[in-house]
Design a protein around this ligand. Structure first.
Ligand SMILES: Cc1ncc(COP(=O)(O)O)c(C=O)c1O
Length: 388
């Protein structure tokens, strides 16, 4: 009998420990982990530098209130600002909190400049911004909001890729457009660079803020530190989480100066957000991932992975419909049953996870070895030949 609530559909397996790209189950099996906590363990399991950072900090100071100075957070905020568009950073504990804080920052900005009615957020229908009340209504998903009414208002939606409907949905009350640069849960759908540039132009023309949710696709996952960088677009607000903590719960909102001007003392807060222990880990992750050589390595290794996956798709068109994604945020869209395919991969000791649109998500750690990619490719090919 489990006393855990039943809000997850858990597989009947648990793990004793993890090392790099591998997980070791309690029943003595070794799995190639290409889930990595759903793009969370950006540097794999028990990375020595992160273990050292946790151990060192845990002996000094775990937690102090944000009522006091937190030098470790100052350092991480500075690193994030120096590396990105951001002028200011507000630390949280998770992705949903980061997207909520992003919404608050957008609304608060217009409030402080005397336009309080400019408060609506325009989002993609069936996107994913987390599971808090505001975030589920931002996602515009019937399934996620069912039974959780009354509806949180203030969100409008357009269909992914439908520019006409996007333009139609913008009103004088639109404060921000919020999109995932690469839709993760929604089936690994990449917003093309020209589209991001178009979005920026629309936002500039209509005096709207651009929020790019990089909770899943950010912090190196796409091969760039942020997935939007390639487009040269500068967003106003970017919520992050997952990868920045490498497994430790950290969220943050990155903002430009204009937006941050609204978030004055007392407007937002978090008891745990940005505590010394979290920040010590975040600093270590940041030092490794923000390195240009490390990012270039993600680019070349993911190119190799994606090109080989496309070869498998060409060999098994009855099984694979499309290979999606960028960097190590990869989706295999199937023509066959997704759940059975994932189960077969798991039987062959490769862990992957589902996404919408019959997509199998493949999320290796960013420092995955080429030999481990080859091992995954071999398993994927084998399963394709079996279900073909
Ligand atoms: C794009 C995006 N935003 C927000 C979230 C919510 O993050 P969390 O589960 O940490 O609240 C997720 C989680 O998958 C996500 O993929």
């Amino acid at each position: 009998m489990s006393y855990l609530a039943k809000n997850y559909n858990r597989k009947n397996i648990s793990f004793k420990y993890g090392k790099g790209s591998f997980l070791y189950s309690t029943n003595g099996k070794k799995y190639l982990d290409f889930v990595q906590g759903i793009a969370v363990n950006s540097l794999g399991h028990s990375h020595p530098k992160l273990v050292k950072a946790v151990n060192k900090q845990s002996k000094k100071l775990w937690h102090v209130s944000n009522a006091f100075q937190i030098p470790e957070g100052e350092i991480l905020a500075k690193k994030l600002a120096k590396k990105t568009f951001a002028d200011f950073v507000m630390f949280q504990n998770s992705g949903a909190e980061a997207t909520e804080a992003a919404i608050k920052a957008a609304r608060r900005y217009f409030y402080t400049i005397g336009q309080p009615k400019k408060n609506r957020i325009l989002c993609v229908k069936n996107s994913f911004h987390g599971r808090t009340l505001a975030a589920i209504y931002a996602s515009g998903s019937k399934k996620m909001t069912e039974g959780f009414g009354p509806k949180i208002t203030g969100f409008d939606h357009f269909e992914f890729g439908d520019h006409k409907s996007l333009n139609k949905k913008i009103t004088k009350n639109t404060a921000a457009i919020m999109v995932e640069t690469i839709m993760g849960e929604g089936g690994i759908k990449v917003i093309p660079d020209w589209c991001l540039r178009e979005l920026r132009k629309i936002c500039n023309k209509k005096n709207i803020l651009l929020i790019l949710d990089e909770v899943q696709c950010g912090i190196g996952r796409s091969g760039d530190f942020f997935a939007f960088e390639k487009s040269k677009v500068k967003p106003d607000i970017v919520p992050i989480a997952k990868g920045i903590g490498g497994g430790f719960p950290i969220g943050a909102v990155l903002m430009n100066k204009k937006v941050a001007s609204g978030m004055t003392a007392g407007t937002h807060g978090s008891t745990f957000g940005g505590n010394p222990l979290a920040m010590a880990v975040g600093n270590s992750v940041m030092d490794i991932i923000s390195d240009k050589k490390f990012l270039n390595n993600i680019k070349s290794n993911s190119k190799y992975f994606l090109s080989n996956l496309n070869d498998i798709k060409d060999k098994y068109p009855k099984v694979i419909k499309e290979i999606r994604g960028r960097g190590f945020l990869i989706g295999i869209q199937l023509n066959t049953d997704q759940i059975k395919f994932i189960k077969r991969l798991m039987d062959n000791k490769l862990l992957t996870i589902r996404a919408a649109e019959n997509v199998v998500r493949v999320l290796p750690p960013l420092n995955v070895k080429k030999s481990e990619i080859d091992q995954a490719l071999k398993i994927i090919k084998k399963v394709c030949s079996e279900v073909n």
